[in-house]
Unconditional design. Structure first.
Length: 290
C-alpha cells in the first residue's frame, strides 16, 4: 500500500509562508476491502507543521486579483458619422536669393569699385533674383554695407590683385553697418519676385557728408554688401550675403580729371583759377587798374 501524508495547517502571520511536512511512515492496516469499517487502525498520527519566518523586507503583500476584466467596447458610431477635419499647417516661406549677372563680379581676388568725392553709381550695380515671398504681403528691400576688416589694401601688379597693406584704426561709427533702402520703398511680394531687382539709384561717395541714398565709403578699404529683406513690422525676412559682393574702394582719378576738364571747357572757373602764379595774378590786377 502506498504511503500517504497528513498535515495540520495552522493560520500564522502573513510573513510565515514556508511549510515543512514530514511523511507518516505508518500505513493503514487491516483494511477490509468489502466493508467500510477499518479494523485495527490506530488514529492517524498528525504531523506537527513547522513554520519558518520569512523576511519580506517591509514589502506590503497584497492579495492578487485574479478576476478577469473585460475590455470595455468603444462605440465607434459617433466617430464614423463625424466628417474628417483636415488641417493645413502654414510654415514660414522659403525665400531664395541669387546674384544677378554674377559674371560681372568675378575677378582675381577682390573686385575694385572706383569712387570719387561726387555721388556715383557703383559699377557693376547690385542686382538680385528673389523667389519665395508671399504675393500679398509687403516687403522692404535694403542694401547693407559694412567694412570687412581693419586693413588698407594696395594693388600688387606682380600678383594681379589687391592685398592687405597696413592696419587702420576703426572708429565706432565705422564698425557699424549702414543701410540704404531701395528707391521703390514698400512693395508686395508679387512685385519683388516678378523680375530681377536692381539697386539702380544707389550711390557711393568718399565725401564727408552724403545723402540718404548714398553710401559713404573710404578709399583702399574692403567692404561687404548684403541684401536685407524686411517685413512690414520691421523684422528681417531674409538676409543674403554673397562673397561676390566683396570689393575694394579705389579713387577714380580719371573721372576727377574729366570733371575738371568739363568745367574748364564750359567757362566755369574756380576763384583765382587760370591766372598763373600768385605773383602773375597780382601783376595782372595792377595792369588792369591802369
Amino acid at each position: 500500500m502506498d504511503s500517504f501524508y497528513t498535515a495540520e495547517i495552522k493560520q500564522e502571520p502573513i510573513n510565515t509562508v514556508a511549510i515543512k511536512m514530514e511523511q507518516d511512515i505508518n500505513t493503514l492496516r487491516n483494511v477490509d476491502k468489502n466493508t467500510t469499517v477499518v479494523t485495527g487502525q490506530k488514529e492517524p498520527n498528525l504531523i506537527d507543521v513547522k513554520t519558518e519566518p520569512v523576511n519580506t523586507y517591509d514589502i506590503k503583500m497584497e492579495p492578487i486579483d485574479t478576476v478577469d476584466k473585460e475590455n470595455e467596447s468603444i462605440n465607434t458610431l459617433d466617430i464614423e458619422n463625424k466628417p474628417i477635419e483636415r488641417f493645413t499647417i502654414h510654415g514660414a516661406p522659403i525665400v531664395t536669393v541669387a546674384v544677378l549677372n554674377p559674371n560681372q563680379w568675378e575677378t582675381n581676388g577682390t573686385k575694385a569699385i572706383k569712387v570719387t568725392t561726387q555721388r556715383s553709381r557703383p559699377k557693376p550695380q547690385f542686382g538680385f533674383v528673389v523667389t519665395g515671398l508671399r504675393p500679398q504681403k509687403e516687403y522692404r528691400f535694403f542694401m547693407k554695407l559694412e567694412l570687412e576688416d581693419c586693413f588698407k589694401y594696395k594693388y600688387r601688379a606682380d600678383l594681379g590683385m589687391f592685398c592687405r597693406e597696413s592696419i587702420e584704426k576703426m572708429s565706432s561709427g565705422q564698425k557699424k553697418p549702414t543701410y540704404v533702402e531701395h528707391h521703390l520703398g514698400t512693395m508686395p511680394g508679387s512685385f519683388w519676385t516678378s523680375k530681377p531687382i536692381v539697386f539702380s539709384e544707389l550711390f557711393f561717395s568718399t565725401a564727408k557728408k552724403c545723402k540718404n541714398d548714398t553710401f559713404k565709403v573710404l578709399t583702399r578699404r574692403a567692404y561687404q554688401a548684403s541684401l536685407v529683406i524686411k517685413n512690414e513690422d520691421g523684422t528681417i525676412a531674409k538676409e543674403f550675403c554673397d562673397p561676390l559682393h566683396s570689393f575694394v574702394i579705389v579713387s577714380d582719378s580719371a573721372r576727377n580729371y574729366e570733371k575738371e576738364t568739363e568745367e574748364a571747357s564750359s567757362g566755369t572757373k574756380r576763384p583765382n583759377e587760370g591766372y598763373g602764379t600768385p605773383a602773375q595774378k597780382m601783376m595782372k590786377v595792377e595792369i588792369d587798374d591802369y
